[in-house]
Design a protein around this ligand. Structure first.
Ligand code: FES
Length: 188
């Protein structure tokens, strides 16, 4: 009997026999790809969650307001520079009372105001000159009046105001950072 004759009685499967090695290989590859896809879908958010502290520095202070002193410390006579402290979480480490920035606080036209000490031009620390009663940036000589308006120099906008509130004789400031070198006040 020839080879052709012996296969004549075999059942037709329409896509190869169940134990066809190439079909089994295809099945294995398909299962592997499917399994890999499911694992990736689960792993991406998990990796993002675990890796978040590596790429993000988180500064927290409850509702965002940081107490800077008693109301009686501030007046219209001269701005007072205050430092802002908060908790900072950075790559799974939490550190309390870290200095996150500074502000100038003064009473202007009967209202308490706070300005970020960061120059809106390129971020240098703005000083106050008591003789001329102006804020001065030492880097490129921008000057700002007591109301924060830029009087001279390259600063593209006034000093950045920070939210301020008084409660039970204490003053608190909400710390924010803003983009530098642009005319608009945009938080970063
Ligand atoms: S950084 Fe202040 S004027 Fe340039």
């Amino acid at each position: 009997m020839s080879e052709q004759d012996s296969s004549e009685g075999a059942p037709k499967t329409g896509g190869g026999a169940p134990d066809d090695p190439s079909r089994r290989r295809m099945l294995k590859v398909g299962i592997g790809v499917l399994g890999g896809g499911v694992a990736a879908v689960c792993a991406v958010p998990a990796i993002g969650f675990v890796g978040f502290p590596l790429t993000h520095e988180v500064t927290s202070s409850g509702d965002g307001f940081l107490t800077v002193g008693k109301r009686s410390q501030f007046s219209a006579e001269a701005p007072v520079k205050v430092d802002l402290y908060a908790s900072r979480r950075d790559a799974w480490t939490r550190v309390d009372s870290v200095k996150v920035g500074s502000a100038w606080v003064l009473e202007h036209e009967g209202k308490l105001v706070a300005y970020s000490t960061t120059c809106p031009h390129l971020g240098c620390a703005v000083d106050f000159d008591g003789n001329d009663s102006v804020f001065k940036c030492p880097c490129h000589r921008s000057e700002f009046k007591l109301d924060g308006v830029a009087a001279s120099g390259p600063s593209p906008r006034p000093l950045d105001t920070l939210e301020i509130r008084e409660e039970e004789g204490l003053v608190a400031i909400r710390f924010q950072r803003f983009r530098q070198g642009i005319a608009e006040k945009v938080e970063v």
